[in-house]
Write a protein that binds this ligand. Structure first.
Ligand code: ZN
Length: 118
């Protein structure tokens, strides 16, 4: 049973996911190369969970930051499904709520995050 806090995070993640899908398709459709609109067509035929596979290696540089974000958002959503949401991917401690409020797709607790950015 998903509690209020997690339900709220899920809502934010789903909204962000929709925006990301929209941004990715728009940048591909308006790309200069025929291959980019072809890629957009392939993406639209697949569920969004398959997008990272389709994009990895094919992704034009202009959407690589969206791809990174897409991966993070999809990972957080699947953790919600598995009841593993909010656990640090390094030390498995619960991630601080403040960090999840800042970014509901956070994958690390503050101390692991700081270790990685030293
Ligand atoms: Zn940690």
């Amino acid at each position: 049973m998903i509690q209020g806090f997690e339900a709220n995070c899920r809502l934010q993640l789903q909204t962000e996911l929709e925006q990301l899908q929209h941004t990715i398709i728009q940048s591909l459709v308006h790309g200069k190369h025929a291959a980019e609109s072809e890629l957009a067509r392939q993406l639209l035929a697949k569920p969004v969970s398959n997008w990272p596979d389709l994009l990895t290696g094919n992704c034009p540089w202009c959407i690589s930051s969206q791809l990174e974000r897409l991966n993070a958002v999809l990972a957080a959503l699947s953790q919600l499904e598995l009841n593993l949401y909010g656990l640090c991917s390094d030390c498995e401690c619960p991630i601080e709520r403040a960090a999840l409020l800042r970014d509901p797709a956070s994958q690390r607790c503050d101390s692991c995050h700081n270790k990685n950015h030293r």
